[in-house]
Design a protein around this ligand. Structure first.
Ligand SMILES: *Cc1c(COP(=O)(O)O)cnc(C)c1O
Length: 360
């Protein structure tokens, strides 16, 4: 199976295989499987040396571009094990297409989506015993591209690595599907229109750390980011997109350059529409949301992203004042979307939009 993919397989000796972590202590992003996918790019050969090989260290020159000028992009997706051990991916082509949009913006080479998806399936097949089976658990997939050319100077790297690593992760809501408390930053911003907010590039996350640490010190789990010009309009929450049920409309900010176009966001819009819920993509001022918490028209709020799928919001903290949403409880729509998406992803429910891809 490896030959026709032009991918070589360097298999770890069976007795070198890592011990698998116990299923109830997986956490997030702490354990990595035995193998990874790796390929390299340079001008002469394009992508070459594609291989599935033992998970292990890279040796990179200290002058490599990624360490100095941050040419790094990544993706986040999951593989799920359904009934009878069948493995599923959720909209994987969308992740690789998004990675290619990120690559263009960061002056990095595009990846061949079909071949990379085939290689990912082969890697998952090899690592299938690492995919947790317990409810809500999954195998997190992290495709990454970095500029590796050793030189100092600001221009695009002439050499790149693309690799995929896999991490078994536990159920995000092992202690119940409970709403989070969110800190609204009126001082720092995540991204500007015309910048790279709509790109999954490493620097965006480094730039967000300071504010998330501030929020954590105040007892809040995530930061809600406002627009960079007026500090008025809602953009995203942490590394998730955000939705508000105001009156009978499900509203979310539009994708206008500073927001990451989440695949979960898109899936929620499609599902909600198919259920007859009115969905609107428009600018939402923080003042509108706070007023809606006070006059009762804000029914529920939730974040969307691959890691948590749906993350209900129970409280917003803005300018020294806390605003409760739905009495700090999980809303009906949040719960329904979570159940529906999780069941589609695990192959337990009909898949009306053909989102699910079987592996093996
Ligand atoms: C990855 C990400 C999201 C969510 O995207 P999904 O495709 O739904 O996982 C939202 N915002 C930011 C900033 C992200 O990095």
């Amino acid at each position: 199976m490896w030959e026709d993919l032009e991918v070589t397989l360097e298999k770890l000796a069976d007795d070198k295989s890592k011990e698998k972590p116990s299923q109830d202590k997986l956490g997030f992003g702490q354990h990595f499987t035995d193998h990874m996918f790796l390929m390299k790019w340079n001008r002469e050969n394009g992508w070459h040396d594609a291989k599935i090989c033992p998970y292990g260290d890279f040796t990179l020159d200290p002058a490599a571009v990624v360490f100095h000028y941050g040419q790094a992009i990544f993706e986040g997706m999951k593989a799920y094990k359904g009934d009878g051990g069948q493995v599923y991916l959720f909209r994987p082509e969308d992740n690789f297409e998004r990675m290619n949009s990120s690559a263009i913006r960061m002056c990095m080479p595009r990846i061949p989506v079909d071949q990379v998806l085939k290689s990912l399936k082969a890697l998952l097949y090899l690592e299938k015993n690492w995919i947790p089976e317990s409810e809500g658990a999954s195998l997190y997939i992290r495709p990454t591209m970095i500029g590796t050319e050793p030189f100092l100077g600001v221009r695009p790297s002439a050499e790149y690595y693309f690799y995929i690593i896999l991490s078994p992760v536990g159920a995000y809501y092992s202690e119940g599907f409970n709403p989070t408390k969110i800190y609204v930053s009126d001082e720092h911003v995540r991204a500007v229109k015309g910048g790279v907010g709509n790109v999954k590039t490493a620097g965006n996350y480094a730039a967000s750390l300071y504010t998330s640490e501030l929020a954590k010190k105040e007892g809040y789990t995530q930061v809600l980011w406002l627009d960079a010009c007026e500090h008025k309009y809602i953009e995203e929450v942490g590394t998730s997109n955000i939705f508000f049920m105001i009156g009978d409309e499900l509203v979310t900010p539009p994708l206008e350059g500073s927001i990451l176009g989440g695949i979960t966001r898109n899936s929620v819009l499609k599902l909600a529409e198919s259920w007859g819920v009115k969905t609107v993509e428009r600018e939402i001022a923080i003042d509108e949301v706070l007023a809606a918490t006070e006059d009762g028209s804000l029914k529920e709020a939730f974040g969307t992203g691959t890691a948590a799928v749906i993350s209900p919001v129970g409280e917003l903290f803005y300018k020294d004042k806390a605003y409760s949403i739905n009495n700090g409880e999980t809303g009906e729509l949040s719960r329904r979307l979570f159940d529906e998406l999780q069941d589609i992803q695990g192959g337990r429910r009909e898949d009306p939009f053909n989102w699910v891809v079987r592996v093996g």
